[in-house]
Design a protein. Structure first.
Ligand code: 5MM
Length: 338
């Protein structure tokens, strides 16, 4: 089969108008912080048990079409010896893989960040593909301050996303392009919109320069919200602003936009996605979710590392996924929260 056929099939399996993506790709440091919050020590066995719980949750495949894994998970198996990517596939969920290697300061642009991991990426992708991964994810991070992101930050981060995406497509892997504009700060909705507009514009300019086929990509952006320390905006305001800026910057050839939750509460992330989908006549792309915290938090809390809590935790995860599926249809309302 050709590489284009591989990517066609992956896009068709991921994008069906009603299911989103579960981000379960927390690196070792991040998952340790999440576990600590629920009193669990982050051993390799605990991470395997937790990710088995997620991937084997009965009914998850009704609401989730893809899962982003961390490299360690790709090589782990459940208690019966079944590789975890196969556990996902068994539920009709396509396995994907986070391929960036974390971030650090961008020299020459104080306050901006840059993500690592391009060296050896083509070889790593081949190896991930042979172990079942059919799509990938790479995140660039943009803090907002009075002077960030800088012009250098915008161009350098966009270039990284484009080089990553082109490398994925050269081996038949669909790239998720994730420019995360951070929610931290006191900026207002207008400033958030202005920054996201510059970020998305620079990313699509770079993807074009690198010959990335947009039909075989998924965008994973932040929603346009005010900074966390600046108060809140209604779901309708978030949806209006987000769609307005997406329409200015993201070509219609992109099949799907799956938002990150970025520190929003689980209920806010669902309500905002629902408001976006109530305006979907204005959107040429599918509007879905690729949440980590907003899908996992209630389940992780219910689990708290105890085997006897696996079933209730799985129910919490599937319920959160179901509510976000309803938000993709524009059929969610707050009275559905228990
Ligand atoms: C922004 O983070 C991504 C989406 O998660 P949220 O919905 O919680 O915002 C997520 O996929 C992220 O990339 C992973 O959690 C990995 O993070 P680290 O920092 O460990 O690479």
């Amino acid at each position: 089969m050709s590489l284009a056929n591989d990517m066609d099939r992956t896009i068709a399996d991921l994008i069906d108008g009603r299911r989103g993506i579960l981000a379960a790709d927390e690196s070792t440091g991040t998952i340790a912080k999440r576990f600590e919050a629920v009193g669990v020590s982050s051993t390799e066995d605990a991470r395997r048990d937790y990710r088995t719980l997620l991937l084997s949750a009965p009914g998850l495949g009704d609401y989730v079409s893809g899962v982003i894994l961390y490299e360690e998970t790709l090589g782990q198996a459940d208690a019966d010896g079944r590789p975890l990517p196969e556990v996902a596939t068994g539920q009709g969920i396509v396995p994907g893989i986070k391929v960036d290697k974390g971030k650090g300061p961008l020299p020459g642009a104080p306050g901006d960040m840059i993500t690592y991991g391009l060296d050896g990426l083509a070889e790593r992708l081949e190896s991930y593909k042979s172990r079942g991964a059919r799509f990938a994810k790479w995140r660039e991070v943009y803090p907002i301050t009075d002077h960030n992101p800088t012009d250098l930050g915008l161009s350098a981060n966009a270039e990284m996303l484009a080089r990553y995406a082109a490398t994925c497509q050269a081996v038949g892997i669909v790239p998720i392009v994730e420019p995360e504009v951070l929610i931290d700060g006191e900026h207002d909705l207008e400033r958030s919109a202005a920054v996201n507009e510059r970020v998305w514009h620079s990313v699509y300019h770079a993807l074009h320069r690198h010959g990335v086929k947009l039909e075989y990509t998924i965008l994973k952006p932040s929603m346009v919200t005010p900074g966390k320390e600046a108060g809140t905006a209604s779901p309708e305001q978030v949806a209006e602003e987000t769609l307005k800026i997406l329409r200015r910057t993201v070509p219609a050839a992109v099949p799907a936009i799956h938002f990150l939750s970025g520190g929003q509460s689980a209920t806010d992330a669902t309500a905002n996605l629902n408001a976006l989908n109530q305006l979907r006549d204005k959107a040429p792309w599918q509007l879905g979710f690729s949440y980590a915290r907003a899908l996992q938090e209630p389940a992780m809390k219910a689990w708290a590392g105890k085997p006897e809590n696996v079933n209730p935790a799985q129910k919490k995860l599937v319920e959160r996924a179901r509510l976000n599926h309803l938000a993709m249809l524009g059929e969610y309302n707050a009275s559905l929260e228990t």
